[in-house]
Ligand binder design. Sequence first.
Ligand code: NAP
Ligand code: ZN
Length: 364
Amino acid sequence: MNYYMPTKIIEEDNVVLNHSDIFGNYGKKALIVTGRNSAKINGAQKDVVEALDRNHVDYVIFDQVIENPPIELVAEGAKVGFDCDFVIGIGGGSPIDAAKAMAVLIKNPTDAYFDMLYKTNDSEKLPLIAIPTTGGTGTETTPYAILTDHDLGTKTTMAQRVFPEVALLDVKYYMHMPVAIRNNTCVDALTHSIESYMNAKATKYSDYIALESIRLWGEHKEALKGVVMEVEAMKAFMSASTLAGIAISQTGTSIPHTMGYPLTYNYGVAHGKANGLFMASYLNLCSNKWKVANIMDLLGFESLQAFDGYLKEVIGTFELKESEMDAYAELLMSNTRKLKNHPDPITKEDIVGAYRDALGIVNE
Ligand code: NAP
Ligand code: ZN
């Protein structure tokens, strides 16, 4: 058993400006990577620019990252930041994952960027500072970056591993998420801690962290039913997300994430919702009923049905044709790397059953 998670985490109000000296540690020029709007609206980009100015560090901004960024887009961003010494990713998982890929490509410029990101795994990379703003992916404490591969027709995790040097967490950036983004991303964090805890690669270290994330989440779960969330509840979800990131940095995610990717790729279903939909039907498949009961206990649900009902209330539902369920199950059965994370033998019929249990059925 081993444990490795090298990212320094600072969680504090006004963290970027209180620790602005960090922005002077990695060189003379930074590439700031964001989505199109949110980093400007929630104040994170302004704080980062001020922190860089205080250290007389130059910067260039790439603010074109879309949700589920395609591989071609990160290559574009790397060109913009070609002469930078470090990268700052601000936002949800999409800009931070894109920033991870850019940190590799700027250090190793090449037109064969797919091969660099997906066929090699131990290249040097620029240092990365991650500032998350959704509730969320936990990417600030994982080495993974998930990009959209249009050739493959789905989302895949790049082979290169990039842990951020520093993760800076400030709840003020999270406070104005629209309800759907807030709920979907908070549910994503819960799926991470659950998929880590139920994982074949789970260790006592990852379990300890995953269980604390699940406990915190459960303590505040009712807050996702409201429109406005109190700061204390948002702080709990923020911490639960980062803890869940640490947990999956040890184990990876599991079957629900793989079941969800085609919903995102083909129908644009938000990442967190796409996994959350399958949580109850997945736990129903798991043979370790003691662990499942422990999760329900920590979350405060009497049954998997009650858990499923709650999730549908906060993230909604989705419908699919039976032929699509069959095709997606087939795709999942070819993903041997992910299947290894599930501790039990599993068949295509099990997966089709889990799709059927979780989703409504559209007539062909
Ligand atoms: P996201 O795709 O980064 O962003 C979703 C939406 O939320 C965007 O419209 C974004 O706007 C908006 N947004 C972000 N922060 C906001 C804020 N504070 N207030 C208001 N709106 C805000 O969402 P995400 O769910 O965090 O990330 C999903 C991606 O992360 C997926 O590609 C998923 O596969 C990946 N992921 C990675 C890991 C990992 O370990 N690397 C783990 C799980 C998921 P802007 O575009 O304007 O910013
Ligand atoms: Zn996720």
